[in-house]
Design a protein around this ligand. Structure first.
Ligand SMILES: [Zn+2]
Ligand SMILES: [Zn+2]
Length: 462
């Protein structure tokens, strides 16, 4: 098992502008969406959640999904549950893949690969969120629909007095029919987010609603009761818009928000010991003193990790009791911290977006910075002999070029097409960017079939 303790560039995607990264606290899989509206997937696939044959249990490197699967519509967003994935296209359609035992794919039965959720065909869906075994969709009218497991009220479709009965009798029964969350029907919802078994929704005026599993105060209502329907959180109900929320996110057992002042709020349980643990959970949203004065631009919470991005300061901050290096603090330093710390390897790089999963983290950074190409790439390539991969000569180093994707070196005059001088900016070899082929990911042939490390191995063996 390889762990990455410092942020790495994903080699396969260094030449693809990425618009959105998606994972969640319960997910060991991820979706990456390009500016051109194409989706890549990686991670666990044991239930077919990546839309691939589940015999391929783990997909180690990003694999592009065939746009034909989505009727050539552009992918705009996605969500990941424990064992399922939803993908939304610019036509407002939702496609699902993976585990459907509790109806979390909005239909009955299991169909391999990504399949259109027909029960949502009358809606133009603009956003989705997934908890462990349930799904939440938002349409362009600001209405919220849910399906999957309703065991703890996480679908928001039952009265709390019925909840205990439901949990006892029907906890494991599937609820595959997308159902309107009536408790939000006079609101225009703009964002939805899920923890393992709880849900938050943000409306266009900055009010925040929560429902589902209430343990450790993650719903933010100063009590641990489960809620079967939405309830507004007091801390974001100020008469002043600036004190209401602009962004919400859920961790596994906690929740976070940013208000109009870009101040971060946190509630629930996110630690194993001390303040903020099961013994002393935060029962309602509290501003985090450690981050006073920081203008937080994006937030994420994974299974055990917490993140705050500060775009204006080119700083990324992380904390949490983690095991797998998912805070990205760097090699040869502490890997876990209950106090917010800067992610030092990313200092000076403007962070655009972050998504935190179970044991891993994905970020998008602004590439117009000389520090970004200096980050290590993953996977690493084995050291090969120095010199030009074409003519095998090691001399004339002044004319040796390095491919910014595979790290092969090639003389300017051995390159295809030939170059007369070292080019400015990024350069990719003819294997990474075949000449005569339109540079587009609309045909699978433009994407190398083998991962870089596999090609390197093949080369070394040859
Ligand atoms: Zn050469
Ligand atoms: Zn190359």
């Amino acid at each position: 098992m390889t762990f990455l303790y410092t942020p790495h560039l994903i080699r396969e995607l260094v030449d693809v502008p990425i618009e959105k990264v998606v994972t969640s606290p319960v997910a060991c899989h991820s979706v990456l969406i390009s500016s051109a509206g194409e989706a890549w997937v990686l991670g666990r696939n044991d239930r077919g959640q990546l839309g691939k044959d589940h015999a391929e249990q783990n997909i180690r490197y990003p694999v592009r999904l065939d746009p034909a699967v989505f009727n050539k519509e552009k992918v705009v967003t996605a969500a990941t549950g424990r064992n399922h994935t939803l993908i939304v296209t610019d036509a407002g359609k939702v496609y699902g893949a993976g585990d459907n035992r509790l109806g979390q794919l909005g239909r009955n039965g299991s169909i391999p690969g990504f399949t259109l959720i027909k029960s949502l065909k009358d809606h133009t869906v603009v956003d989705v969120a997934c908890g462990a075994d349930f799904s939440v969709v938002l349409n362009d009218n600001g209405q919220v629909f849910t399906f999957g497991s309703l065991e703890f009220g996480q679908l928001g479709t039952v009265t709390s007095s019925n909840l205990l009965k439901i949990a006892g009798q029907f906890g494991a029964e599937p609820s595959p029919d997308p159902t309107l969350v009536q408790g939000l029907s006079n609101r225009k919802i703009v964002s939805v987010t899920c923890g393992t078994n709880h849900t938050l929704a943000l409306d266009d005026e900055g009010y925040v609603f929560s429902w589902g599993f209430g343990g450790f105060g993650r719903l933010g209502h100063s009590e641990q009761k489960d809620l079967g329907s939405p309830r507004m959180i007091d801390q974001f109900s100020s008469t002043h818009r600036i004190n209401r929320a602009v962004k919400i996110t859920c961790g596994a057992t906690c929740s976070m928000a940013i208000d109009g002042n870009k101040q971060l709020y946190l509630w629930g349980k996110w630690k194993n010991t001390g303040d903020g643990s099961s013994g002393q959970p935060w029962m309602f949203p509290k501003p985090l003193f450690d981050l006073n004065g920081w203008k937080v631009s994006d937030i994420a919470a994974g299974a055990s990790s917490l993140f705050a991005l500060v775009y204006s300061e080119k700083t990324s901050i992380a904390w949490g009791q983690v095991k797998y290096g998912e805070l990205g603090y760097g090699d040869d330093v502490q890997r876990s911290s209950t106090i917010p710390q800067k992610i030092e390897p990313l200092e000076g790089i403007a962070p655009l977006m972050i998504s935190a999963g179970l044991g891993h983290t994905l970020m998008i950074v602004k590439p117009d910075n000389e520090l970004v190409p200096e980050l290590p790439k993953w996977p690493a390539v084995e050291e090969t002999e120095d010199g030009c991969v074409k003519c095998k000569k090691t001399d004339d180093e002044d004319n040796l070029l390095l491919c910014d994707k595979c790290d092969d070196s090639i003389h300017t005059y051995c390159a295809i097409p030939k170059l007369t001088e070292i080019p400015e900016g990024e350069w990719y070899c003819d294997r990474c960017h075949p000449p005569n082929k339109k540079r587009s990911h609309s045909t699978s042939s433009s994407v190398p079939d083998l991962s870089v490390s596999e090609r390197k191995k093949a080369k070394a063996a040859a």
